[in-house]
Structures are given as C-alpha cells and as structure tokens.
Design a binder for this molecule. Structure first.
Ligand code: GLV
Ligand code: GLV
Length: 305
C-alpha cells in the first residue's frame, strides 16, 4: 500500500506508517505545489497532509480508487473539501486534543507579549538605543479584573479561559451562532478560537472592530481568514482598537505589510502547536488514524463534512 506523507513528520510516526506499507515523503522540506501533490498521490491508499495542502476533488481523482484516508496533521481542516472526499468513501481525520494546551499557551503568551510589551522591549534593546528605568517607561496594561471574550468555546477556547482565570481575568464565551456583539462591546481582550468555515470567514471585519473598545486588543491563533487583515490594519492605524497579536494570517505565509510597521502588534509564524511534544503527538495520532483505517477499523478522529 502506498502512503504519501506530504512533508517531513517526526520519525516515531514514520515508523508506524512504514509498518503498513510503502511510505513516500518528499526529500526537500517545503510545501508541494498543487501539481506535484496530484502527481505524488497517484495510487495512494493514505495521504498524511499538512494544513497548507489543499485537498479537494482533483486530489482525490488523482489518487484514484485506492484512496481510503486523508489524515490531516492539524486540528483545523478547512484545507480539505470534506464532502468531496466523503462522497468517495474516503475518511478524513484530524488531530484534536493533543494540541489544546500548546495552542492555549501560545495564545496566552501572545496576550502577555502584547500587553506587557515584551516583543517591543526586546526590539528596543536590540536597537542599542540608550534607555533607563523610570516610572513611566514602556508602560503596558494589567490583565487582572479585565474581561476576556472568547469566540469559539471549544477545547482550545476553554483552555485559554482557564489560563485567563488563573491570571484573575473575567471570562465570557460566545459560540459561532450566538450574537457576538455583546462580547465585542464588553471585552478588553478578544481571543479567537473558532474553526474557519464559510460562516466565520471575516467574522472580525471592519464593523466588528468598530464595536470593540478603543482600549481592547485582539488575539488570533486559529486561522487567518477569520480576520479581515486589511480592516484590522485600518482599525489599528485609526486607533479603533489598542493592539493585536496574530499567529495566523489571511494569506499565509504573507503578512499584511502595514502590520509589520506597528509596535502595538505582536506576530508569530503559525506556532500554536509548535512544541516537540505536541508535534510528535499530532503526527502519531495521524499515523494511528491511518493504521486504523488501512487495517479495516473505524477512524479514531473522523471528520464529517
Ligand atoms: C494548527 O493550526 C492546527 O489546526 O492544528
Ligand atoms: C522593580 O524592578 C522593582 O524592584 O520594583
């Protein structure tokens, strides 16, 4: 059986996959372009893919009738056309649970980096400009008794809420279908944890940013297109909100150039799940899903369209 792994994954997961069949993995560590992807999946029984791979009907066609499972090494699966695969009896799986704490840690870290000006302070020292301690120097804002509004009360959203409570914050939640205006109006911090779907695309647009307090900040560790990045840059430049910390971008790996110029913006390159422990568990979970399906069992983490 041919198993296609679209990009390098931890060795422990490869060992599991090699026990099942012939594993193909690209030599170069870069994203495959769509044509390369279609070529390499021909005859595959399983595709282990990354969030930057677009897996649609054309990829399923290219793989042919041998294809049984597409295992995304990510919790989000907006890169996969699930109905197109399900209609061909191909399982789609993701990796929930194992990255909950790592992602919430990063989201909270971004919040602290932004409100306590950690990244900005680091830049100041590296600029070798003279500085000295004084009571008005580089003041941030405290989090205690402030309100955190979480959009998307799933596992990661609730893990973020737990961290915030430990810091003395008041936490409010809003689901995808509930009105979010009240949350946006009240929150000192808005943190996004909803998956990217047609309904959440540009959930935070110019209008939503206007509802937020001018002192509020926005944290995004889910998917870039949940935020209208150009509208966010406008809102920051117009001082409609006080700051933003982003781990994901609308046109990844590109970043809206105006955001790169702003000191009240903290940026990280999609690192939510990026710990040695979590990435190993994610790859192992993807391999376990492949093993289950190719040995005739039910997928552990099936996703339905
Ligand atoms: C990462 O962004 C994931 O969805 O796992
Ligand atoms: C600050 O560095 C303090 O000692 O209060």
């Amino acid at each position: 059986m041919r198993i296609v792994v679209t990009r390098r994954i931890p060795e422990a997961a490869l060992v599991e996959l090699r026990a099942l069949g012939e594993v193909w993995m690209p030599e170069e560590d870069r994203a495959l372009d769509p044509d390369e992807l279609r070529k390499t999946v021909a005859g595959a029984a399983a595709i282990v893919c990354m969030l930057h791979d677009r897996i649609d009907a054309s990829v399923a066609e290219a793989a042919g009738p041998s294809l049984r499972i597409v295992a995304n090494v990510a919790v989000g699966y907006d890169n996969i056309d699930v109905p197109a695969l399900t209609s061909r009896d191909v399982f789609v799986t993701n990796t929930p649970g194992v990255l909950t704490d790592a992602t919430a840690d990063l989201a909270f870290g971004l919040l602290l980096a932004l409100t306590r000006r950690i990244a900005e302070g680091d830049r100041l020292l590296r600029s070798r400009e003279p500085w000295s301690f004084h009571l008005g120097f580089m003041l941030g804002t405290g989090l205690q008794a402030k309100t955190l509004g979480i959009i998307g009360p799933g596992q990661i959203g609730r893990a973020m809420g737990k961290r915030a409570e430990a810091f003395g914050m008041h936490v409010v939640y809003s689901g995808r279908s509930e009105p979010k205006e009240d949350l946006l109006r009240r929150a000192d911090v808005v943190s996004l944890h909803c998956p990217l779907t047609p309904e959440t695309h540009h959930l935070i647009d110019a209008e939503a940013l206007k509802v937020m307090k001018p002192t509020a900040v926005l944290i995004n560790t889910t998917r870039g297109p949940v935020v209208d990045e150009a509208a966010l840059a406008d809102a920051l430049l117009g001082r409609e909100i006080a700051g933003a910390a982003l781990d994901v971008f609308e046109r990844e790996p590109e970043v809206e150039p105006r955001l790169l110029e702003l000191d009240n913006v903290v940026l990280t390159p999609h690192l939510g799940s990026a710990t040695v422990e979590t990435r190993t568990q994610m790859a192992l979970l993807a391999a376990e899903n492949v093993t289950a399906v190719l040995t005739g069992k039910e997928a552990i983490n099936p996703v339905r369209g």
